[in-house]
Design a protein. Structure first.
Length: 744
């Protein structure tokens, strides 16, 4: 008997030397050459039954998680089959989602029982299969529009997002590629007191952060519009502030060094940490653990940042970037990716904000170990054949774009149009090596989901996120209350800091300085000069738009050219009171010397962006910032009711007596300059005495800078268009006339 069994065992082993017959996959399972079904024992139960024992061995460098099984391809009867997949028997090795095989590990022994003679004469093959990790990526970017349907878009967007998140509750990441807000009505409305209960502490831009928090965003790239109001405002939007939680996710960029900027350095944290543990922070990369799998997320931002927004003192890499040296940009990003792979992470998503999708597409062919790139800044409408487009819109490319890395591995590039008009969705399975299985992509699931009313109804009109609805309702109410038009402008009015109101003459600075002078003359006709600080001008009037595919911004006046109450309240957020003072020639010279910027670097145009930099009316000044304080002013002329009076000639102060001026109570009290040293008897606080009173604007206190600007616009640039709109164009520094930097 023993000898007969040995002979039969030898025959069986000969059969087992045949190549495996099973290579198909089904029910979400797949084969992988690095997952081995290793025979460890053959046993003849009797002359009629054969039992083979296998272990599954993980020969890869990646952990196998999730259900694993043996697929037995044979026409013989599998006596202990757990089920059949397209007629092929399978036996479960591990059924639980918590199953795990580390690299090099072996599973428990699994028995395969067959009728002996069927097995001998019909043959069989055994393969190991696993249920691959499946990731759902939900994404968008450029949520920066202020169109009339923006609030409806975000509500419908939130409903679709919640529905898709619920389909894969444990396998979803929700990400943005930046430009999560932009200065404008919605951005400014969040600073209103009505948002206290919803935001904790009101502040510009915080409504959009609250939207993202409510919808569960887990990471974002830094876009250019995040910085339109400067790094300090950016920090105030993503940072926590009392009861305001800030961004409940990290902002990422691997080619921006935030440590060189005083407003941002405190938010910088170590790379590669779990996203949920580094909220309100800045890093090159983060990790999101999804169903036991670690997903690496790396950010990257257009190196043209310094030309299209206010990047402050952020160090932008690579320097001197052009579209011809994308390889240099890839060289700045790759180390952040390599650091994640050294942690054993083999599934990596890059959030890019490059303004031109062609750059993200080229990066896909240059970067190694990146699986997915979410593009941003270009609003490129990528769709597949099953996607619904909004009326009048056309496809600009295929969703997803498929590229090949330097290692020969697939890289997917995805993008959607912005302003919450589309939600991007990509569901993909990964191989054991951590690469995307292209066969797992399904165009009936993946693509861009439009949020217009008709498409939303087609998708079943899922219920909008209640928190998003509450935020939008508050925004509608606030905007309706404070957005009544006041006057007209034909141009964009900039409150940019550097270059801008803190470094040079600006049209918005001139407009509000003129308004203060007109208001002061109504009370005291002897007032001839208006001085204010650029740091008190806080928000643009109009919008900055970088068209899709462009790197140069367009500066647009507000819709219909209407300057609204909301615009005025936002740009003059401090609403300082107006103060009349008498100032001598020497005192005025001293103020100008102290408030005009000192050089920051070796070239004349590198000025310190001081909030005390003046914006003026009734006086023209030329100065050299490279000279020491006390001798910077080369010439100064006061317009004394139509008569020019020299204050400084060739750097020498003239004994021209004293002048009556209007300024802000902030400056008169000693802020940002030397006006606080002037004697009190010369001072009249217009807001305290409520003058000038009885004007056409009622939303702000008489004698305040908001009231002065509103009434000046109503009287000078009325809504009936009889005088046209304010049309003073912004000029280059060498063409400025009120404040002339001779270095230009």
């Amino acid at each position: 008997m023993r000898q007969a069994r040995l002979i039969l065992a030898s025959l069986v082993l000969g059969i087992l030397a045949l190549p495996s017959l099973a290579s198909a996959s089904g029910n979400g399972f797949t084969t992988d050459p690095e997952l081995e079904a290793r025979l460890v024992q053959v046993r003849l139960v009797n002359f009629f039954r054969l039992e083979l024992r296998y272990r599954v061995v993980n020969n890869s460098h990646s952990t196998v998680t999730g259900p694993t099984r043996l697929l037995v391809d044979t026409r013989a009867q599998v006596l202990n089959a757990d089920g059949f997949d397209d007629g092929t028997a399978f036996i479960n090795v591990c059924r639980s989602d918590e199953c795990s095989l580390e690299p090099g590990d072996r599973s428990r022994r699994v028995r395969v029982r067959l009728p002996l003679f069927q097995a001998l004469f019909l043959g069989f093959g055994v393969d190991a299969q696993f249920q691959p990790f499946v990731l759902q990526l939900l994404h968008n970017a450029d949520m920066d529009g202020n169109g009339s349907d923006a609030l409806e878009n975000v509500e419908r967007f939130s409903g679709l997002l919640a529905d898709f998140q619920a389909e894969y509750p444990d396998n979803t990441v929700t990400l943005s590629s930046g430009d999560n807000y932009i200065p404008g009505p919605r951005y400014n409305a969040a600073a209103e007191v009505e948002f206290t209960d919803l935001l904790g502490v009101p502040g510009v831009g915080r409504l959009d952060m609250a939207y993202m928090n409510a919808m569960g965003y887990e990471a974002s790239a830094v876009g250019n519009h995040e910085l339109d109001d400067g790094t300090a405002v950016f920090a105030s939007i993503f940072g926590a502030d009392g009861d305001y939680p800030g961004a409940q996710f990290p902002y990422l960029s691997s080619n921006l060094d935030f440590t060189s900027d005083a407003n941002l350095v405190g938010a910088v944290v170590a790379d590669g940490q779990e996203a949920a543990t580094i909220t309100n922070s800045l890093a090159r990369s983060t990790v999101i653990t999804v169903d036991g799998e670690k997903i690496g997320i790396v950010g990257a931002t257009t190196p043209t940042l310094t030309f299209i927004t206010d990047s402050g003192d952020i160090t932008v890499l690579p320097p001197d970037f052009t579209s011809d040296n994308v390889a240099a940009l890839a060289g700045e990003i790759q180390p952040a990716i390599d650091a994640l792979t050294l942690q054993g992470i083999n599934k990596i998503i890059m959030l890019g904000h490059m303004q031109r999708i062609a750059i993200e597409q080229e990066l896909a062919t240059l970067l190694t170990d990146v699986d997915l790139i979410v593009a941003g800044g270009s609003n490129t409408r990528l769709v597949d054949e099953n996607d619904r487009l909004r009326p009048g819109e056309e496809a600009l490319g295929v969703y997803p774009g498929v590229f090949t890395s330097p290692k020969g591995e697939p890289v997917l590039v995805v993008n959607t149009d912005g302003d919450y008009k589309y939600l991007g969705r990509l569901v993909s399975a990964f191989t054991l090596a951590g690469t995307i299985n292209l066969e797992s992509l399904d165009t009936t699931v993946n693509g861009a989901y439009a949020t217009d009313a008709d498409s939303y109804a087609f998708f079943g009109s899922p219920a909008a996120n209640p928190a998003v609805v509450a935020l939008s309702d508050a925004a509608r109410e606030t905007l309706a209350r404070i957005n009544e038009p006041v006057g007209l402008t034909e141009v964009f009015l900039s409150a940019q800091r550097e270059p801008g109101v803190r470094t040079e003459e600006t049209t918005l600075g001139n407009l509000t300085a003129d308004a203060n002078l007109v208001a002061a003359k109504k009370v005291d006709p002897s007032v001839v000069i208006s001085l204010k600080n650029g740091g008190g001008i806080r928000a643009d009037i109009g919008s900055i738009v970088v068209p899709p595919g462009a790197t140069e911004p367009e500066f647009l006046p507000p819709p219909d050219g209407e300057i609204t109450r909301l615009d005025i309240e936002s740009t003059l957020a401090f609403n300082n009171g107006l103060v009349l003072l008498t100032i001598t020639s020497n005192e005025l010279r001293a103020f100008l010397e102290g408030s005009l910027g000192a050089p920051l670097g070796p070239t004349p145009n590198q000025l310190s962006a001081s909030g005390g930099f003046p914006q003026v009316a009734g006086i023209s000044v030329s100065y050299d910032p490279n000279l020491p304080s006390g001798s910077r002013v080369i010439s100064a002329v006061v317009d004394n009711n139509g008569t020019p009076v020299d204050l400084v000639v060739n750097g020498v102060t003239q004994q021209a007596g004293s002048f009556r001026l209007v300024t802000l109570d902030f400056l008169a009290d000693g802020g940002d300059g030397t006006l606080g040293t002037l004697s009190a008897p010369n001072r009249v606080d217009l807001e305290v005495i409520g003058e000038p009173a009885g004007g056409p604007s009622m939303f702000s206190a008489d004698g305040s800078e908001q009231d002065a600007l509103a009434e000046y616009l109503i009287e000078t640039f009325p809504l009936d268009g009889s005088n046209g709109g304010f049309n003073q164009q912004e000029t280059a520094p060498n063409l400025d006339t009120r404040i002339t930097n001779v270095a230009f």
